[in-house]
Design a protein around this ligand. Structure first.
Ligand code: CP3
Length: 341
């Protein structure tokens, strides 16, 4: 039994005295204790060493006491396991030296044995569960198949993922084969994570908002729905699509326990579009954490009032930025804990 089950209760839609809170990308970005580890070990070493990954995961919980932990890892461990090389270049981000650009490259992508190639993630989960000692639930995650395709084809981050979109629209058959391979791998991967001990799963569709509403259905949502169908009876699934407010109606009927919203969608609109009954998560502008702590607290209370305290999980609208002062992150979490109706 998890001692602080606020997050799990909000996911079930139960009445709570205050909403739970966590922050996307809370593990490993801005904390001085993380910077120390980062100075010593490169990115994938941190991901692959259970002792390091579990330590980075619990650091923000120890410091701020969020209501959920998210495993330190990355969405790009999936392409690596599928035989697509991924490097993490300091001050640049992900770099894939051999991006996928044709049918032959799609044929060469493998569906791995997740226990063999991603076993280190399962070990990190077990180590983290021990450290958490059932204090708070642990979130496991994966990128959406579309977001993973974006990196596999583009080869790096991008403002518009033009090469990824170009590949899909000029070679839809190969694109759908690739998306299906990523989906099958992701389902096996998340099932293994659940067996290893994660309590909740979140799908990050960071680049879903790059697509038009109809292309979103065809290239992204269809595959996220497959993942939800495969997992929803095992653990609650949270679907977060950045810039995907237009799909909230469809998403609300998917079997997901909660939907993430970014800061460009008002609480009122998000509730309206999602039908008013599903738990929503979000949507503080990550840059707003650069406001002074008192201003942050005022705005967090306002945000809770707008979403309502029930069927709601306080979070940012996207990942925390690396330049956020620790005191400001603390003000965000404390504001939720201090919230009174
Ligand atoms: O909450 C957490 O921080 C848990 C760990 C986590 C990381 N990546 C660690 C990481 C999570 C949940 C992610 C998800 C992720 N990774 C997403 C989806 C969420 C989002 O932000 O949209 C995406 C698109 C990626 C791909 C990725 N990984 C990028 C674009 C970068 C470089 C820029 C950046 O975000 O820092 C990474 C590297 C990465 N992943 C770092 C960390 C802590 C920084 C590199 C380092 O520490 O050396």
């Amino acid at each position: 039994m998890i001692k602080n089950d606020l997050f799990l209760r909000a996911l079930k839609g139960e009445i709570v005295h205050r909403p739970p809170v966590w922050m996307m990308r809370q593990a490993g970005r801005y904390l001085p204790e993380f910077m120390k580890i980062k100075g010593k070990y490169d990115f994938f070493t941190r991901c692959r060493t259970p002792e390091l990954a579990s330590e980075i995961t619990v650091q923000p919980i120890r410091r701020f006491g969020m209501d959920a932990a998210i495993l330190f890892s990355d969405i790009l461990v999936i392409p690596q396991a599928m035989n697509v090389e991924v490097e993490m270049k300091p001050d640049f981000g992900p770099y894939l030296p051999n991006p996928i650009r044709d049918q032959k490259a799609v044929d060469n992508v493998i569906i791995p044995d997740v226990y063999e190639d991603l076993g280190y993630v399962m070990e990190a989960i077990k180590a983290t569960k021990e450290k958490l000692n059932d204090e708070v639930p642990l979130i496991g995650f994966a990128g959406s198949p579309w977001t993973i395709l974006c990196y596999m084809v583009q080869g790096q981050g991008s403002k518009n993922f033009d090469k990824a979109k170009g590949f899909c629209f000029s070679n839809p058959i190969a694109a759908h084969q690739l998306l299906q391979k990523i989906t099958d791998t992701t389902v096996a991967y998340l099932k293994a994570k659940i067996t290893a001990g994660v309590d909740v799963v979140q799908i990050f569709d960071s680049w879903g908002g790059m697509l038009s509403p109809s292309d979103y259905q065809e290239y992204s949502w269809k595959y996220i729905q497959q993942i939800i169908d495969a997992l929803k009876d095992k653990v609650p699934v949270i679907a977060f699509g950045k810039g995907c407010w237009f799909a909230l109606h469809e998403m609300s009927k998917s079997g997901a326990a909660a939907l993430g919203v970014d800061w460009t969608c008002s609480a009122r609109n998000a509730r309206y579009l999602s039908g008013g009954n599903i738990t929503l998560q979000g949507n503080f502008d990550p840059s707003r954490l650069l406001s002074p702590p008192l201003e942050i607290k005022k705005r967090v209370h306002q945000m809770i009032n707008e979403f309502g305290k029930d069927k709601y999980i306080v979070n940012l609208g996207h990942g925390i930025l690396p330049n956020i002062p620790v005191d400001n992150a603390k003000a965000f979490i404390d504001a939720v804990k201090e919230y009174k109706v």
